[in-house]
Design a protein around this ligand. Sequence first.
Ligand SMILES: [Zn+2]
Length: 224
Amino acid sequence: MEIIPNVHLIPNTVANPYLLIDPDGLTLIDAGLPGSHRKILRYMSSLGYAPRDLKRILITHADFDHVGGLAALKAATGARVYASPVEAQAMAEGHASHPLKPRSVITKLLFDLMAGLFKPAPIHADELLSDGQVLPVLGGLQVVETPGHTPGHISLFAPSAGILFCGDSIVSEENGLRGSSGANNWDQVKSDESVRKQAALGARILCSGHGPVVMDATGKFPQV
Ligand SMILES: [Zn+2]
């Protein structure tokens, strides 16, 4: 689904991967659940691109629904993988970067079951990202450290298009936006700080890891 020219959401995956198109090739933000590589490659093919046209995969954080398709996608395309040092370490070890905090035995059982079912293959990042770094994507894509949901979570902001890719730091729901919270959140204070930091960027379009893209995001950021 085209969001604006050269920016696409690849639909029907649990966590949204975004495909960015530049003259020198394609960049993907996040890689979806295990098995999502097929959907991503099919989507690229529908736009007329071959697997080798994918040059970079940027990972917002190492949760299984964002890195599940990563190993297969890297093998199929040869794309370079980028992540923050903390998330890269977790990816290399094949687990999430933070322990979940289940509030009940049932939730704990569910989390354990999910972790076993969706254990991503370990993968090494090729490049480590840091706050303020600008990547040569969409005329300059800024790395914004947004810890809270996970310790090394990053978001990516393209000022040229006013578009912010916020991973799971802000969740888009049918009735509006909310900051990361609950049992799946690593640090609530940092999470709230990251929401405020992103609200100040002046993004017009918000692309979350979950839920619908918000096309008129100005003034809609969560008040935390
Ligand atoms: Zn997550």
